[in-house]
Design a protein around this ligand. Sequence first.
Ligand code: CO
Length: 170
Amino acid sequence: MTQTIAKYPDPILREKANPVERITTEILDLAEGMIRMMIESDGVGLAANQVGSRERIFVINTTPHEDKPTPIVMINPVIIDQEGSTSEAEGCLSFPELYITIERADRVNLHAKNTFNETIVYETTGLLARAVQHEIDHLNGVLIIDHVTTDEDKENMEQWQKNMQQKAET
Ligand code: CO
């Protein structure tokens, strides 16, 4: 696990994560470290590839600005069904200050393992449903820029990439 969150175009962000076979101490340490980094960055979610790991894990915290965070760890998440659609501007810790309007399902049912190796079924809506879809995208190497549909977002994305390149050169 890295000490900083990978920023685009770090190639790890394009890698597909592998299913976790056993919940070992390493996996528990990884989940704990991811929760810490997510909370320190005021993020709503963080996927393992964003911290240099190829394990199929993400963490979510839909109340990043509250004193008592209630983070959720999802291991080997699988969407069971989804319905509806809703569009909202979405950010990502790997793309600081870039926001892309993304159409996603409104309600998502999924199952995932928790850190006690129990399979839990989640019925999600709203911000949690959006976050789940965003993080599952990460585990498949899919990023917010792959969801650009409007000219305005395309321009913002291109400008963001230019700024990043300039930063890298100086
Ligand atoms: Co993200």
